[in-house]
Design a protein around this ligand. Structure first.
Ligand SMILES: [Zn+2]
Length: 366
């Protein structure tokens, strides 16, 4: 007999633990392909839960037929810290047994998740983080007035929009919300606080810097994240676009149908595929993020400047982006093509930064 026979409940897991057995229900499962010089490999990641809680997992040897809702018994798995939170790892010595016909209640509300791990598969969550700028407005329903506080909440893994119905929130404060409702709007996740949620002040001492994510671990549309990756291909339609200076809408011809007298202004739409060795993601950016990379000053970027035209911008994007390494910071959104990163700032980094990063990741997955 090898290993321990004890089966742990997910709520009792700590890190690091080796050779442990658990039984749980797959709350969410995704597949990711990684290619490097050793070839292409495939791993799964997701969330598994039982009546005591949920935990994210990474599995390097899992049957592709497993799906959301399956109840499984896992032997010989381990836990480790991954970027400040506990994660379950399955490798080639782990054994996964499907328990057909079994169901299991998953306790989701106690799932205290980092913001970067939130996903639509956990509709009620507990999160802790720091409150951003707060906007208040009155809302009337059935003759009853409520104040809505719109803001954001962030931790060291991401940032997400937050609306509180009736419960005041204070800018800069650190709070814990239990029983927040998670939903998706326009491709971004957001959470809301209502009368069933509990809000309490906590001391987290959060120091929020750059939130670097490996592309392979990005699994949900949250904001405020950064990647370091190489631009491996450009979208064909990347280039110069025109906007109406009155309504900011993109216009195809020389004027806006609604504001024919308003002058047009220039913008850039660039989209490209970024690869950091752990995966690829589609990223896009506008002129604010792109002009510096392209070596164009903002005051030169006007329709009056004859040096600027569609061909010039398209060629410049190809020349300055393709095959080079960048740091991109922005928001991840869920679109019909999958997750994509809307970049608000882009800066070039050296290839050394990328190779150091790749070594770090390989060490992590060994
Ligand atoms: Zn217009």
């Amino acid at each position: 007999m090898m290993g321990s026979e004890k089966t742990y409940e997910i709520g009792d897991l700590k890190e690091p633990m080796q050779n442990i057995n658990i039984k749980g229900k797959i709350v969410n499962i995704n597949l990711r392909k990684v290619s490097n010089e050793r070839g292409e490999s495939v791993y799964h990641y997701g969330i598994i839960g039982d009546r005591t809680g949920t935990i994210p997992f990474t599995a390097w040897s899992l049957s592709s037929s497993l799906k959301q809702g399956d109840v499984v018994a896992i032997r010989n798995c381990s836990t480790r810290d991954f970027k400040g939170s506990i994660r379950l790892y399955l490798d080639s010595s782990s054994a996964v047994k499907l328990l057909p016909g079994e169901d299991m209640e998953v306790h989701r509300s106690s799932a205290s998740l980092k913001i970067g791990q939130l996903s639509r598969s956990t509709p009620y969550v507990s999160v802790r983080g720091k409150i951003g700028k707060v906007y208040e407005r009155e809302f009337e329903k059935d003759g009853k007035k409520t104040t809505i506080y719109s803001t954001s909440i962030e931790d060291e893994t991401g940032r997400i929009r937050l609306s509180s119905f009736g419960k005041p929130l204070e800018e800069g404060s650190e709070i814990e919300i239990q029983g927040a409702r998670l939903s998706e709007y326009n491709g971004s996740l957001r959470i809301s606080v209502n009368e069933n949620s509990q809000v309490s002040k906590v001391k987290l001492g959060l120091k929020i810097g750059e939130r670097y994510h490996d592309i392979g671990t990005i699994s949900s549309p949250v904001g405020g994240i950064s990647i370091r990756a190489v631009c491996i291909s450009m979208g064909e339609k990347s280039g110069l676009i025109y906007r109406c200076s009155e309504c900011n809408k993109k216009v195809d011809e020389i004027r806006c149908n609604d504001h024919p007298d308003a002058p047009i202004k220039y913008d850039i739409f660039a989209y490209f595929t970024m690869d950091d060795g752990t995966g690829t993601i589609q990223a896009s950016a506008g002129s604010r993020a792109m002009l510096e990379i392209l070596g164009i000053k903002e005051e030169e970027f006007t329709p009056q400047n004859r040096a600027i035209n569609k061909n010039m911008i398209r060629d410049r994007i190809h020349e300055k982006m393709l095959g080079r390494a960048f740091k991109i910071s922005g928001d991840v959104r869920e679109q019909n093509v999958g997750l994509s990163l809307r970049g608000f700032s882009i800066s070039q980094i050296s290839d050394q930064d990328i190779s150091a990063m790749t070594l770090e990741q390989e060490a992590d997955f060994q």
